[in-house]
Design a protein around this ligand. Structure first.
Ligand SMILES: [Zn+2]
Length: 68
């Protein structure tokens, strides 16, 4: 299972993006909060929402979990 991280910094639209390890659009290491390994981005985003209610999947590595 791939590992996921969430960006500690919100984007301009207020979302905290969730990325799959290896994504080209990962934030700086200092801004990554690890979410652990997940079967799919859905559970990774669910976990991220426990910390950041506005968490959303990255459009590039988690398109099926991206809602804008
Ligand atoms: Zn990504």
């Amino acid at each position: 299972m791939p590992c996921y991280i969430v960006n500690k910094n919100a984007q301009s639209n207020g979302d905290h993006e969730v990325h799959k390890e290896g994504c080209q659009h990962m934030p700086d290491l200092d801004n990554q909060m690890p979410l652990g390994a997940h079967e799919s981005c859905r559970t990774a985003v669910e976990k991220a929402k426990g910390r950041y209610p506005t968490a959303d999947g990255c459009a590039h590595c988690c398109p099926q979990c991206n809602h804008g």
